[in-house]
Design a protein around this ligand. Sequence first.
Ligand SMILES: Nc1ncnc2c1ncn2[C@@H]1O[C@H](COP(=O)(O)OP(=O)(O)OP(=O)(O)O)[C@@H](O)[C@H]1O
Ligand SMILES: [Mg+2]
Length: 358
Amino acid sequence: MPLTNISLKRFRCFDDLRFDLSPGINFFHGSNGSGKTTILESIFMFSSGKSFKSSNLSSLIKYNNTDFYLKAFDSETGHIVEIKKEVTKPISVLLNNTKITTSRLLRIFPCTVIHNNTFSFADASPDFRRKLLDRSIFVANENFSSNWFSFYRALKQRNSLLKSGSVNEISIWNEAVSKEGELLTEQRENYFKQTLTEFNNLIEVINPENVFVFLKNIRIKFYKGWHEDINLLNTLSNNINLDLKRRSTIFGPHKADIKFLINDIDARQLLSRGEQKFFSIMWCCAQNEVLKKSYGVKPTLIIDDIKSELDEKVFQLLMNLLKLNRNQVIFSCIDDYFSSKIISKFNDFKKFHVEQLG
Ligand SMILES: Nc1ncnc2c1ncn2[C@@H]1O[C@H](COP(=O)(O)OP(=O)(O)OP(=O)(O)O)[C@@H](O)[C@H]1O
Ligand SMILES: [Mg+2]
């Protein structure tokens, strides 16, 4: 990243669209159904081979066509990435004319997306927060994915033994799960701590406390997935009867989570929608900051429909945050909030009117 020259063919509402992104801030505005989310979705495709809207990629092919084709150019590295999808075939990804797997894309074009379903970060399932954390660690550390897969493979084996009710070999799998699981957890804890530091730094810089009182009281904690005073191996052996009864592993890194507490009450029961959205954006920005500062990665941040649920004051806070951001940001909203006078306060700001692009 940053991707600059993008072209989309037969992708959702667009037949043939080309646009050049800024390596700084990019703002897409336009009416309902004009194609803003589609554009952001296409950019996310380059970092994952997936859509953040649909699990069925064939539904992204423009009506009455049989394929879509996306191409992007990374101005910094010179990389060219092409994504093709035909109705009857799996997705195919080419990096500089060579076939690669979609899982490699994230490391080459790291990107975080915030959209309507993820605005409620605190309210989402633990699985969502775990995935977001793991995605960043995967980008930061090359060895993380083999550790991650080894853990989940060992867990699967242990769970199938629990299902069959045969515990003879269980101690072997307790050891494998705990060895890989402790390693995985160490990396998660470490990345979480760094994110928390960056989160507090961001708060200090933009000083939102005169807008949001909750920020003074919120406590953010990493939960490993089991009781922190006992190691994973002992947790697994101590709970074997419970695991056998439930036919799966109750405690472990697969239950890890980030918890948000206000006066010891789960924050999701307290925060308003605007507070949740602001918090989610801040947390994702903090995760990206860690990638940038500690690992030299330059992730792109995508925020769809940035203004919804936010009042003027909070929107201004987010704009202040974006002014500080030195990475590529791509965001959308229905109305055009940016006069040329406001734009001049940002670095490398580019504005797109989506109806005119089509
Ligand atoms: N496979 C497809 N083929 C053709 N059109 C599609 C396809 N999938 C979605 N569309 C249409 O593409 C248009 C653009 O959708 P998109 O979600 O990008 O709009 P948007 O600008 O984000 O709107 P909103 O402001 O309501 O969020 C919509 O009219 C939608 O119905
Ligand atoms: Mg939209």
